[in-house]
Design a protein around this ligand. Structure first.
Ligand SMILES: [Zn+2]
Length: 268
């Protein structure tokens, strides 16, 4: 039986160039030092199928939070020869606003998310500003609408999505944060999304500052290690280093679309 391998395109849809270490790390010794935050969503492409992973960020929401949009996921898909309306599967790694923009651009898609994330974003912790601060109420209501329309599928901790693509709960950043394991031509890659914002968390065993459970977040590093072929097969969700070590996707013709299934240069 032929095993499906996938190409992974990383779409750098936004940036926050004014971010500091203190906004990213708890008790950082150098809190005023700059640490750029890039924002990614992803598309997995096999010979006969494309799967979207997260959907970017609404530009108005981005502006409100001081982030600068770079490339809409819809435009990035078009540059790759794909139409958003033709995408039939969208995986949502968690429901923060920088992962849930453009939901309406995928009218023919089925959406997949951890049941635990849905319980979290409609449960008692959302009464507390610390926990709800990266969620947009209007986007949560859209998820409820998709659920009631039979288009949002809420799954348990592990779910196979396609041959060579599976979802795994890690929690930590949010109650229902999940990671995506992808078979590529160079082996198993883990798309960590916000289970790792930066490589630094993984390298130093430290949590990101926006956190539901720091214990689960750090335990998640071991899950990532167990599922990826090596540390050079791990992709954080927000690290500017990605654009330095992975090549541009030639076919897309944009510096904001990377080939994340390629061999990375040294992580530096
Ligand atoms: Zn994020």
């Amino acid at each position: 039986m032929n095993e499906t391998t996938w190409r992974i395109y990383g779409i750098r849809h936004a940036i926050n160039a004014n971010r500091t270490r203190g906004q990213n790390y708890i008790l950082d010794p150098d809190p005023g030092a700059p640490l750029v935050l890039d924002f990614y969503c992803w598309v997995l492409v096999s010979d006969d199928r494309a799967i979207m992973v997260d959907t970017g960020m609404d530009p108005q929401v981005a502006a409100r939070h001081g982030h600068t949009p770079l490339l809409s996921p819809v435009a990035a898909l078009a540059a790759l020869g794909l139409e958003a309306a033709q995408i039939d599967t969208v995986l949502l790694t968690h429901a923060h606003y920088d992962h849930l923009g453009y939901l309406d651009a995928f009218p023919n898609a089925q959406f997949y998310m951890q049941a635990e994330e849905m319980a979290y974003i409609t449960g008692p912790f959302m009464a507390r500003p610390w926990f709800r601060r990266a969620y947009e109420t209007a986007e949560i209501l859209k998820l409820v609408s998709l659920l009631h329309a039979g288009r949002l599928h809420l799954h348990g901790r592990e779910r196979q999505v396609a041959d060579g693509v599976s979802l795994h709960w890690v929690g930590g950043h949010t109650a229902g944060q999940e990671i995506v394991r992808v078979r590529t031509a160079r082996g198993w890659v883990v798309l960590a999304s916000d289970a790792l914002h930066y490589y630094e968390e993984y390298e130093r065993g430290i949590p990101f500052a926006i956190v539901y459970s720091s214990a689960d977040m750090i335990a998640g590093h071991d899950v990532i290690r167990a599922l990826a072929d090596s540390d050079d097969h791990v992709l954080p969700g927000h690290d500017p280093r990605l654009a330095l070590i992975y090549p541009q996707a030639e076919s897309a013709g944009s510096e904001h679309v990377l080939r994340l299934d390629a061999e990375p240069a040294a992580r530096g």
